[in-house]
Design a protein. Structure first.
Length: 135
């Protein structure tokens, strides 16, 4: 008896992991973003939820395909951190701090996109573009 085996191979989309550094320029007081590294892999991602920012400050990554946004990722601004810790009596205290330098990463399914554009959304300030990068 002849047997026919049919194999179907699903080609998962490419997932891009990008690590960045954001710094505050000591002269201009502006924030600058630089790429640390990029890793691409074939896998699928679970749906991500958008984290809330305690400070109300965000970075927005627009993933561009042929110059048009294919996805928008909004993350809490890495230079504005919120943390809680117990004091001597065991009560939790909340503090907000502003850093001069921080590293962060994002991951996304590329869907053929080749550009990322970062903008900064600070509370009570107009949105400002920080970096456009081809990957």
């Amino acid at each position: 008896a002849d047997e026919t085996i049919v194999k179907t191979t699903e080609n998962p989309d490419e997932v891009v992991f990008m690590a960045f550094r954001i710094k505050k320029d000591s002269l201009s007081q502006n924030h600058t973003i630089s790429l640390i590294n990029t890793t691409k892999t074939n896998t699928r991602m679970k749906k991500q939820t958008e984290p809330e920012s305690h400070s109300g400050n965000y970075l927005i990554a627009e993933i561009l395909k042929s110059g048009k946004p294919s996805q928008i990722i909004k993350i809490p601004h890495p230079l504005f951190v919120h943390f809680e810790y117990p004091d001597d009596s065991g009560r939790y205290i909340s503090k907000d701090a502003v850093l001069d330098d921080a590293e962060f990463f994002i991951r996304f399914e590329s869907h053929g996109a080749q550009t990322i554009r970062w903008t900064e959304l600070l509370k009570d300030q107009p949105q400002k573009e920080l970096l456009t990068l081809h990957f």
